[in-house]
Design a protein around this ligand. Structure first.
Ligand code: BTN
Length: 248
């Protein structure tokens, strides 16, 4: 059960490291660490996750998924975050593929899933979720000032954490039971990269960007796009953003 054991900490370097350490020494699936602040919060692609005290929900938890549940895990975590925020705050959210939580065109939460692999087998996954519950007292750091947003004023971190664990448990259970389509359907409803949406794709080579058209989020969680000349390709590690409408 996700959150079966929760350790609450004041300040840590990164909740990811705390849970990874526990995973290596045999902690049970569901073990979670929540911190009020992080000195070295980690984002995807080597980015920093600004984690000042009192303003965010910073949580990592341990999963030991069977091989068939790994493929859609990252999307399932994004979906769970979206469902938790929607249920606690009563607002609609979007998911920018693969799993940034978007409110009003700006990023309100991010997810990282770090796997420990041995002989091509996933031993465990450390799922990390960072939610901007309120705007930091000193404002957003300059590098994210134009793209970051927070949840509606007065949102309770405790309520959010409880809903997040509930939603993650349900979605993870779908994956374990081979019912990934239930996760995918709900995910696709929230993802604006629907058939025909013009997108800009980066990450082909250093610095290169290219216009493309989204086709769909594929069964394996990749993003199927049509590139210039009609070539279809499924993206995995690429950076994608809408050509219009959103700041991101
Ligand atoms: C992203 O780049 O969008 C992912 C951000 C993930 C941040 C969370 S906060 C809790 C956990 N601990 C970390 O160091 N990172 C994740």
């Amino acid at each position: 059960m996700i959150g079966r054991e929760i350790v609450f900490r004041g300040r840590v370097e990164s909740t990811q490291d705390e849970v990874r350490g526990a995973g290596a020494t045999g902690a049970a699936e569901g073990f979670a660490v929540v911190a009020d602040s992080q000195s070295s919060g980690r984002g995807r692609k080597g980015n920093r996750w600004h984690s000042p005290p009192g303003t965010g929900l910073y949580v990592s938890f341990l999963l030991r998924p069977p091989a068939h549940a790994v493929t859609l895990l990252s999307l399932a975590l994004g979906l769970s975050t979206s469902q938790a925020v929607e249920s606690v705050c009563g607002i609609e959210t979007e998911l920018k593929w693969p799993n940034d939580l978007i409110i009003g065109g700006k990023k309100a939460a991010g997810i990282i899933a770090e796997s420990q692999v041995q002989d091509e087998r996933v031993l465990y996954v450390v799922a990390g979720i960072g939610i901007n519950v309120s705007e930091p007292a000193g404002g957003w750091p300059r590098e994210v000032a134009d793209i970051a947003t927070a949840l509606p004023e007065g949102t309770s971190r405790e309520a959010l954490l409880a809903e997040l664990f509930n939603a993650a448990e349900i979605n993870y259970d779908h994956l374990r039971r081979g019912a990934g389509s239930r996760v995918l359907d709900e995910y696709r409803r929230r993802c604006p990269y629907r058939r025909g949406a013009p997108v800009i794709v980066g990450g082909w080579q250093a610095g290169a960007e290219e216009e493309a058209v989204a086709i769909e989020v594929a069964e394996d969680g990749g993003l199927l796009v049509e590139r210039k000349g009609g070539i279809r390709e499924t993206l995995y590690g690429h950076e994608v953003r809408m050509q219009v409408r959103h700041a991101w």
